[in-house]
Write a protein that binds this ligand. Structure first.
Ligand SMILES: Cc1cc2nc3c(=O)[nH]c(=O)nc-3n(C[C@H](O)[C@H](O)[C@H](O)COP(=O)(O)OP(=O)(O)OC[C@H]3O[C@@H](n4cnc5c(N)ncnc54)[C@H](O)[C@@H]3O)c2cc1C
Length: 308
């Protein structure tokens, strides 16, 4: 099946696009097409036309929570990186409407410039608003679901639906919007002093960079934490810190991060994940479910638990 002509005419289209460079871990094969909407109308068009043509698709933000298989994916990928506007909501005071492809870094910085407080705790998370909404990304004190008041979705027929939401709709890295197409989200902030906002940004980033390998190529935390526990600690206690398979390595800095130590293949990451899960099960009896999402076909023998 071919991509509808109207999408070739109206959108940026990359044929046979390598997905590794579009992710922070940097592994994986190609998608048949990556389409890049620049405006909300283009995202709506893409969703409607792909649906009408019977072409399945995946949404891609900053690719910071993904492992793409070496074989790539058979689906079309809609990449939101060019939809990054953030503006005043207009009706709600101190609220910002953020397009799906706006990065959290940009949101934190725009809020700071506008003397608005409430999203400092998201600093250092390298994803987009769309990806964060889909997974309720967050840190020690704040997840994006805590400040979201509404999310705009695109339905398969191209209809736009505004969904109000509150913190109660979200859980630890879970969101009612996973699997939907997020067009934008509104965050409710409050007026603040620049110095106080900056101090909180600095504290959050300082704590994160003291323990996490922020400059290494990774997909963030590979495993979900068990209730009240820490996967990083379990992996460390199982003796896996620094363990390497091919180019994939358990970060010596933080054991819940698997880093691309140089030319890793997705299969190296898979084998290392399996190794870590085995070691932790043997050492503590815990099964470590994945936090990171896996795209495309992986080896059937992968005894990965909790994969979405
Ligand atoms: C160094 C590092 C540190 C990290 N620290 C944290 C942290 O502290 N806390 C945390 O929660 N996460 C953290 N992460 C993980 C990651 O940054 C977050 O999960 C982030 O929210 C993912 O956003 P993304 O845009 O990269 O999404 P992607 O990885 O591109 O996609 C992730 C999921 O979101 C979906 N998605 C993306 N855009 C849309 C859209 N517009 N509509 C619908 N679905 C969409 C995708 O289809 C996929 O299912 C870290 C990652 C790294 C590499």
């Amino acid at each position: 099946m071919d991509l509808p002509d109207v999408l070739r005419d109206e959108l940026l289209v990359h044929e046979g696009a390598a997905l590794g460079p579009l992710t922070t871990l940097g592994v994986g094969g190609e998608a048949p097409w990556v389409v890049e909407p620049r405006r909300r109308e283009e995202l709506i068009l893409a969703v409607r036309e792909l649906h009408a043509a019977g072409l399945p698709f995946r949404m891609l933000g900053h690719g910071s929570n993904l492992v793409v298989s070496d074989a790539g994916v058979p689906e079309v990928v809609i990449h939101t990186r060019s939809m990054k506007n953030i503006y005043h909501h207009g009706e709600q005071e101190h609220a910002l409407r953020c397009e799906a492809g706006a990065t959290l870094a940009r949101l934190v910085s725009v809020a700071y410039d506008m003397r608005l407080s409430g999203v400092e705790g998201l600093i250092g998370i390298p994803g987009t608003v769309g990806g964060a909404v889909a997974g309720n990304a967050g840190g020690r004190e704040l997840a994006i679901g805590d400040v979201l008041t509404e999310v705009t979705l695109v339905e398969p027929d191209g209809a736009v639906r505004v969904v109000p939401c509150t913190a109660e709709d979200f859980g630890y890295r879970t969101s009612p919007f996973r699997g939907a197409v997020v067009l934008d989200g509104v965050v409710q902030l409050r007026p603040g002093e620049r110095d106080a906002i900056f101090a909180r940004m600095k504290d959050t980033l300082g704590a994160k960079s003291a323990t996490q390998p922020l400059s290494a190529a990774s997909a963030g935390c590979m495993f979900r934490n068990p209730p009240g526990g820490s996967s990083g600690r379990l992996i460390d206690e199982a003796g896996c810190k620094g363990l390497q398979v091919g180019g994939a390595q358990v970060s010596p800095r933080h054991a819940n991060f698997i880093v691309n130590a140089g030319a890793a293949a997705a299969d190296d990451v898979r084998r290392l994940v399996v190794e870590v899960q085995r070691a932790v099960r043997a050492a503590s009896g815990h099964d470590l479910p994945l936090e990171v999402e896996w795209w495309g076909p992986f080896d059937d023998r992968t005894p990965v638990v909790g994969a979405p």
